[in-house]
Write a protein that binds this ligand. Sequence first.
Ligand code: RIB
Length: 309
Amino acid sequence: MSTANVTVMGIFALDLAFRSPRLPVWGETVVGSGLQVGPGGKGSNQAVAAARLGANTTFLSKIGADAFGEIALRTYQDAGVNTDFLVRAQDEATGAAAILVQEDSGENAIVVCPGAAETLTKQEIDRAEERIAASACFLTQFELPIVLVEYALALARRRGVTTILNPAPGLPCPDSLLALCDYVTPNEGEAEALTGMRVSTIEEAEAAAEQLMERGAGHAVITLGARGALVKSATISQHIEAFNAGRVVDTTGAGDAFNAGFAVALAQGKGLVAAAQFGCAVAGISVTRHGTSPSMPRREEVDALLAKH
Ligand code: RIB
């Protein structure tokens, strides 16, 4: 296994995950059955997972000088994530997320406030230019302002780095941004937001992937939860099966697990299909555990799962 450099740009959020029988409606209180507090934020989860999978990982973001920010720093220290380009704002709070996890299915609903990360600047991204340029892959999401996402993808593209956009949470976005992405990796809902098309079957996922490529993305990977993923390039259109690694208890962060695995595998030289299979294996393990960053598996666990299949 080669060590590859991966840079992830995104947000940290402290996750407060409540297990609940169902979603409350406005004005209602529902009594939950458990609370888990831990490190989260899509970009941060992806950076932690990439480091656990063996990549030399840098996280580019901004956190506050507060207690949640301290938790972020401890998380990166434990996982071995490079924080040279993690800015600390003196006057902004670190991000936080309220997560409801459905008790039986493990499905989730999230409200996230990015906090300090939203004040990241283009100049702060520029400071990381040489680090990005030294990376095999640059991975980002839509929890930061879209203007920064486009700016950083353009920088990575200019420096010849493979770019991956995990367009989460789902938003419509301009073709100019898609054209900066070697890979775009929405889930079904995010693919609907991006394309305006219905995406619930594998055939519909394929049609959405085709539209994303026609609009400029190099490749499209639509993640399909328990059904795996659909990968599409100019020459390949293939459904990848999900991995069953045990009982599903919490699907929160499964997309982050997939994206980290996918990015690390690409960075280590795997092709589209093998990288998506690796991502599915990482996600398959993460959903058997509670939490987001804490649920991300180590390389040996993923290799062992893949060896069984
Ligand atoms: O993808 C899961 C993540 O989304 C959570 O960790 C939460 O913080 C939100 O950013």
